[in-house]
Design a protein around this ligand. Structure first.
Ligand code: CA
Ligand code: CA
Length: 223
């Protein structure tokens, strides 16, 4: 009897582990699709309105903030899901995060509007290097207009009911940087290592100023 139970336990263990891994992959893919839809919705909003939306009023109110962003931090928050008409959260039920260049969200975008969001990753030695943008965002297309991200399965996040989830690590410095913003973000392949930028499972996408401007002009807007 004991032998049978051990065998059953081993079989179940062998089956359950891949199933939870499969579930993680499914949720990650689902979140990537949601983020791609958000990018499309932001482009559509810009074509119609001549600017990008500001972040949501709060975790409970998905309308874009009616007040202009006073600074970079004020243009950093949750995706304005109600204004955009898109899903508000990732596949783990955490609200999607959104940070937009104030000059792109407060008034009409022109060919001279300078985007100021950047995205970094880590090189093999653990050093931060730019994936999108550069240290000095001095020309309109040098950096990205907006960053949209999921905080992933683990560490940080805000539930749909507005509860802030814990940091959960002293070594996840890149996830901490994403939580804080307001202008520079990290995107890396998922990692459980505490070295370099530490543990990471966030999923970060962005809207390059060049693509945004190209789409707006293609749609017939005068910039
Ligand atoms: Ca995370
Ligand atoms: Ca931390």
């Amino acid at each position: 009897m004991a032998v049978v139970l051990v065998i059953v336990a081993l079989l179940l263990g062998g089956m359950l582990l891949p199933m939870s891994a499969q579930d993680d992959i499914r949720r990650t893919n689902e979140t990537r699709v949601t983020l791609a839809n958000v990018q499309e919705a932001l482009l559509g909003f810009a074509v119609v309105n001549g600017r990008l939306p500001r972040p949501a009023v709060s975790a409970a109110d998905g309308a874009e903030n009616p007040a202009n962003c006073a600074d970079d931090a004020a243009c950093t928050g949750f995706i304005p899901w109600a204004t955009l008409g898109i899903e508000r959260s990732d596949a783990w039920g955490k609200l999607l995060r959104y940070s937009v260049t104030p000059a792109y969200a407060n008034g009409n975008i022109t060919l001279a509007t300078i985007a100021n969001r950047t995205v970094q990753t880590r090189d093999n030695a653990g050093g931060a290097v730019f994936l999108a943008g550069q240290a000095a965002c001095t020309t309109p297309g040098a950096c990205v207009a907006a960053v949209i991200f999921s905080q992933g399965k683990q560490r940080w996040g805000t539930t749909e009911s507005g509860a802030a989830l814990p940091d959960g690590s002293a070594t996840n410095v890149d996830e901490d940087a994403n939580e804080t913003g307001p202008t520079n973000y990290f995107q890396r392949t998922p990692s459980t290592s505490t070295a370099g930028g530490g543990e990471f499972d966030d999923i970060v996408v962005w809207l390059p100023a060049n693509i945004l401007i190209n789409r707006m002009i293609s749609a017939g807007r005068q910039l």
